[in-house]
Design a protein around this ligand. Structure first.
Ligand code: SAH
Length: 219
C-alpha cells in the first residue's frame, strides 16, 4: 500500500467519524477492507470517496457512510451468522466478514456474483458463502440468522421470509420504499411474530427485485 492510498483511507475513516460513526470495530473493518479492490477500473480514482459508484448491470456499490450506518446498526459480534441480500460487488460483504463468524450472501445477477466471489477470494476472506439466487426468499437451509442486511430497497415492507429467518433477538437492516421515498429501517425480532421497528435515515438504493435476473436484464 502506498502513502497516497493510506492517506485516502485515513481521510475516509476520519470523515465517517465526523459524520457520527462511533463503533470502533466498524471503523477499523472499513479501514482494513480495500474498497479499491471492489470497484471497476473506470472509477478507481474515486474508490475512497464517500460516494456510491456504478458497478455494472445498472447496480451500485453503496456509499461508505451508508455501509457504516447499516453495519453499526446491526451490532455485529464475532459469533454472528449474517445473511446479506444483494452481494453486488462484494464490498459490504467484505466489511461484514471482518466482524462476524460467517456471512451468507445472495445476489440475483449471476455475473455480478461471479466477479464478487473472485474479489472476496483474492482478498482471502474465507468466512463467506455466496450463492446466485433470489434473496427475497432468504437462505432457508442456513436459517436462522443472528443478523440480516438487505442492500436493495423493498417495496412497502420487508419480505416475510426474511423476518421469519431471523433468530429471536436478531436484527435486520433494510431500506424500504414507502410513498416514493426510501427509508432505512432496523427491525428487531422480539420473539416469534413480534417485531420492533426503528427508522434510521432516508436512503437511495436500487430496488429489491424477485427471481434470478435474466441474462439480458440490466437493472
Ligand atoms: N452490497 C452491495 C450493494 C449492491 S447494490 C455493495 O456492497 O456494494 C444491490 C444489489 O442487490 C444489486 O447487485 C442487485 O442485483 C441485488 N438484488 C436486488 N434484488 C435482489 C434479490 N431479490 N436477491 C438478491 N440480490 C438482489
Amino acid at each position: 500500500m502506498n502513502i497516497q492510498d493510506t492517506n485516502k483511507r485515513i481521510r475516509l475513516i476520519m470523515h465517517l467519524r465526523n459524520k457520527g460513526i462511533t463503533d470502533t470495530r466498524v471503523l477499523s473493518a472499513m479501514e482494513t477492507v480495500a474498497r479499491d479492490a471492489y470497484v471497476p477500473p473506470a472509477v478507481l480514482d474515486q474508490a475512497w470517496d464517500d460516494i456510491a459508484l456504478p458497478i455494472g448491470r445498472g447496480q451500485t456499490i453503496s456509499q461508505p457512510f451508508v455501509v457504516a450506518i447499516m453495519t453499526q446498526a446491526l451490532q455485529i459480534s464475532d459469533r454472528d451468522k449474517v445473511l446479506e441480500v444483494g452481494t453486488g460487488c462484494g464490498y459490504q460483504c467484505a466489511v461484514l466478514s471482518k466482524l462476524c463468524r460467517r456471512v451468507y450472501t445472495v445476489e440475483r445477477h449471476k455475473p455480478l456474483l461471479v466477479e464478487a466471489e473472485k474479489r472476496l477470494e483474492a482478498q482471502r476472506l474465507r468466512n463467506v458463502t455466496a450463492m446466485a439466487g433470489d434473496g427475497m426468499k432468504g437462505w432457508p437451509s442456513q436459517a436462522p440468522f443472528d443478523k440480516i442486511i438487505v442492500t436493495a430497497a423493498a417495496r412497502d415492507r420487508p419480505p416475510a421470509a426474511l423476518l421469519d429467518q431471523l433468530k429471536d433477538g436478531g436484527l435486520m437492516v433494510i431500506p424500504v420504499a414507502v410513498d416514493g421515498a426510501q427509508i432505512l429501517r432496523l427491525y428487531k425480532k422480539e420473539s416469534g411474530e413480534a417485531y420492533s421497528v426503528k427508522d434510521l435515515m432516508p436512503v437511495r438504493f436500487v430496488p429489491l427485485l424477485p427471481d434470478i435476473a435474466k441474462e439480458e436484464e440490466q437493472g
